[in-house]
Write a protein that binds this ligand. Sequence first.
Ligand SMILES: [Zn+2]
Length: 223
Amino acid sequence: MYSGGFYPYDTQEEHWAYWSRYIFINRYQDAPKPVYNKLLKLVKGKDYFVLTTNVDHCFQKAGFDKRRLFYTQGDYGLFQCSEPCCQKTYDNEEIVRRMVEQQHDMRVPSELVPRCPVCGKPMTMNLRCDDTFVEDEGWHTAAERYSAFLRRHESSKTLFLELGTGYNTPAIIKYPFWRMTVQWPDATYACINLGEASAPREIEKKSICINADIGAVLDALEK
Ligand SMILES: [Zn+2]
């Protein structure tokens, strides 16, 4: 699905037939496993904060506190102007459901192609793929909350728990976690990742790397 998202469709009608189904499955249907719910149980009552590059809203759907969450790369559930003419985002659930229901022959009806209510240009997903990404008010508020959380915890006992972060955008979670683990006196870095669990030598003594399925490890932690 992810690779298909890069395909240059000839028409907006085909583009939205693909993307409406993509958004519907990944954003509006439930996650196939209760991994997020298990994670929430483990952090409940703790002073936690979630930094994520996921754009599927699964943390919110599982009940994580919105004020303890920074989704850095956007949200499939939001549209923005493709230009963009202003720093605004729009909830897309209703229009996405209509595009899924009304498409035929891999095309949505032309009147359902979403357009910016301000300038009339085509809409696009609020996803960071280039410098047109709109950082709306919610994004900035979350960014500030994350910075404040880090400032508050610099000298306290902190666990940087990294779950399934690969090397697609390591500069957002992985590298900063490594750097803070080096710099913060009482920090521990834990990485759970099936096939890619590692830490640099500089933080070897402060690291726990588990090469396993995240759901299985959270199960074991719960028990
Ligand atoms: Zn616009």
